[in-house]
Write a protein that binds this ligand. Structure first.
Ligand code: GLU
Length: 308
């Protein structure tokens, strides 16, 4: 039995405005937290300062507020939390689990493609840098055994990090900390014990579980929501030109996001407050379809076509 109270979060990266796909993640994580009497925190994941923009952070927070999401405590920004990442990184270094890597992208390009479309790191620098080379990035040593966990929506998952990913980067060649380290250091520091997010991160979860183990911490419970994809099977995102959800008319996209998660309020002629109260009462993570992706017309696109 979990003794600590439920603490969940929504952790958007401000690389674009909130679109239907990210709204689904916000709705799923919010409903699961509130239905369990838990807290729900918003963390802006702007650790990769080369891809994130403050105007998107502001727009995302405005949209969440307009949609009636109520978060606990102040919003935290990864760009202001480097000290936590430094601390976790030093801890892992002291344990001898981190090594400097001199390989350029080109030097890894011959290696097989791994679980998330990147090259599996062949371990070239694991036992020391080749003579005359300087470290560029810093990698975490991974074990050659299966990491197994049970996802509340997707069921039992298994991954062998050595075979499917290789030693992965914690600190990049440009000095920035990688997403994998930042997300785990933050979830530990913020006491997050339930992670509800999109299934695009399912393949990252074993890396994160391994990080918890290396940091001598307990991983959270995981629930990975199906992703909204277009007819070509692509995730709705800025790259696939998903339209931002419209903060002025929150009800229709909220109802669409709930229906996507198999929670159908029937009609949308009600107040935001009534909709949320109904949804919190009727939410069950067990009703979410156990699929990694569901083709879904982007409701915002449909509205746009309708307006034309
Ligand atoms: N920042 C990540 C994203 O927007 C989510 C990270 C997470 O939920 O762990 O895709």
């Amino acid at each position: 039995m979990e003794k600590r109270p439920y603490r969940g979060r929504f952790a958007p990266s401000p690389t674009g405005a909130l679109h239907f796909g990210s709204l689904v993640a916000a709705v799923g994580s919010y409903l699961d937290a509130r239905a369990n009497g838990g807290e729900w925190i918003v963390r802006i994941e702007d650790v990769d300062t080369t891809r994130c923009h403050p105007e998107f952070s502001a727009a995302i927070l405005e949209t969440l507020a307009a949609f009636g999401f109520e978060w606990d405590g102040p919003v935290v920004f990864q760009s202001q939390r480097t000290a936590y990442y430094e601390e976790a990184f030093s801890y892992l270094k002291r344990k001898g689990l981190v090594y400097g890597c001199a390989c350029s992208r080109r030097e890894i390009a011959d290696s097989a493609i791994g679980i998330d479309g990147a090259h599996i790191y062949p371990g070239t620098c694991r036992n020391g840098l080749p003579p005359g080379r300087q470290p560029r990035a810093w990698r975490l040593v991974v074990p050659d055994r299966e990491i197994v966990f049970e996802d509340a929506i997707q069921g039992v998952q298994r991954q062998n990090l050595a075979k499917d990913v290789g030693d992965f980067v914690l600190r990049r060649a440009d000095g920035l900390f990688a997403y994998q380290l930042a997300v785990v250091a933050d979830d530990i520091e913020q006491g997050i014990n339930h992670v509800v997010r999109g299934a695009d991160l399912l393949a990252s979860t074993p890396r994160q579980i391994w990080l918890y183990e290396c940091l001598d911490e307990t991983p959270p419970h995981y629930a990975h929501l199906p992703l909204a994809v277009n007819a070509a099977g692509e995730k709705l995102s800025k790259q696939t030109r998903a339209a931002p959800v419209c903060a002025a008319e929150p009800l229709a996209p909220l109802v669409a996001a709930m229906r996507f998660l198999n929670l159908d309020p029937g009609k949308s002629e009600c107040s935001l407050k009534e909709l949320w109260n109904w949804a919190i009462m009727h939410w069950s993570v067990g009703n979410v379809p156990g699929k990694q992706a569901i083709e879904s017309p982007d409701p915002t696109q449909q509205e746009k076509q309708h307006d034309r």
